[in-house]
Ligand binder design. Structure first.
Ligand SMILES: NC(=O)c1ccc[n+]([C@@H]2O[C@H](COP(=O)([O-])OP(=O)(O)OC[C@H]3O[C@@H](n4cnc5c(N)ncnc54)[C@H](OP(=O)(O)O)[C@@H]3O)[C@@H](O)[C@H]2O)c1
Length: 295
């Protein structure tokens, strides 16, 4: 049986759908019972958290576990606490851990990647069978700029000319679903990316083409990006991590493109224009009766 943590999140929701479509009945781990309503129809679930893990009896039901937690300061502590409960339950499920590309590179000092590296060191010590999915940046991150794109025709980011192998979360889930349902993936790390490496100027060009309106990239100085993120209420630890991440992008380290998505799913990785087309409402639509942007 397969346990999916982070099942209500971006990757986890798609993964629940993919596994169900593949005829496997996965179990979602949700934090409160009411969240079961936001899982794909017909999903089964248990109520637990990474910091308050399922009982040993419950954990022993699962021979494969998808491990995902949010990028935040407590991430290492959360995942280690959960993994220690798995080990204490006395069995050896295959752990498929979602990480971020760069975690496997000791020179990458971005805190989000460093967190995943610390969990990996702990995982290696447990000697549990493990597969790492090291994803490049999600296309879904672009939704954070949707208002500015729609209202001002600008795509702001402190990314310089750095290129990124943006990947759709549905493709990350597709690779995870394959690994969770096939043998032969233990001790492997898969770098999961989209089909091409794009600069933010390229992304602005794709948005302009797909929505037939002019959108320009605004290369924001890091100090300005930091002030904007803090002013919008983002947690200061995440703000500093985001600045580190974009420095890494500006240095050209995020331009990796692999063929792991087509190899795992049998289908091409989703191109950005296709993903944008599906999210048209977020980027160009305005809800009916919405106040004007200046209010
Ligand atoms: N953003 C990127 O570009 C990118 C790129 C590569 C890798 N990643 C990695 O992707 C991961 C995030 O994936 P995502 O975007 O799919 O996540 P997400 O949408 O932010 O969802 C986070 C999930 O974790 C759950 N969660 C939060 N706290 C929890 C706790 N204490 N115990 C159990 N579950 C908890 C949330 O549940 P609730 O619904 O209850 O809150 C939700 O299901 C991070 O590890 C990040 O490093 C991100």
């Amino acid at each position: 049986m397969i346990l999916v943590t982070g099942a209500t999140g971006r990757v986890g929701f798609h993964l629940m759908e993919d596994l169900t479509d593949a005829g496997v009945q996965p179990t979602a781990m949700v934090r409160i019972d009411a969240q079961a309503g936001s899982l794909p129809t017909g999903s089964q679930h248990i109520v637990a958290t990474l910091d308050d893990p399922p009982s040993a009896d419950e954990l022993r039901n699962f021979d494969r576990i998808f491990l995902l937690s949010p990028s935040r300061e407590q991430q290492v502590e959360l995942e280690i606490r959960f993994l220690d409960a798995v080990v204490a339950a006395g069995h050896r499920p295959h752990i498929v851990k979602l990480a971020a590309d760069g975690f496997q590179d000791l020179d990458c000092d971005v805190r989000f990647m460093r967190n995943h590296r610390q969990v990996a060191v702990h995982l290696e010590a447990t000697e549990l069978p493990v597969t790492y999915l090291a994803a490049n940046m999600y296309m879904e991150n672009l939704l954070g700029a949707a208002d500015t794109i729609r209202d001002e025709g600008l795509l702001p980011a402190p990314a310089g000319d750095g290129r990124i192998g943006f990947v759709a979360t549905s493709d990350v889930a597709g690779v995870a679903a394959h690994v969770l349902t096939h043998d032969g993936h233990v001790d492997r790390t898969y770098v999961v990316t989209g089909p091409e490496a794009l600069s933010y100027a390229d992304v602005a060009g794709r948005i302009s083409a797909v929505f037939a309106r002019t959108v320009e990239y605004a290369d924001v100085p890091p100090y300005q990006a930091k002030a904007d993120l803090l002013a919008s209420g983002v947690d200061p630890w995440v703000v500093d991590g985001t600045l580190e991440l974009y420095e890494w992008v500006r240095n050209g380290a995020a331009d990796t493109v692999t063929d792991e998505v087509p190899k795992a799913t049998g289908e091409d990785a989703r191109p950005l224009h296709d993903w944008l087309g599906e999210l048209r409402g977020a980027f160009v639509g305005r809800p009916e009766n919405a106040p004007p942007p200046s209010l």
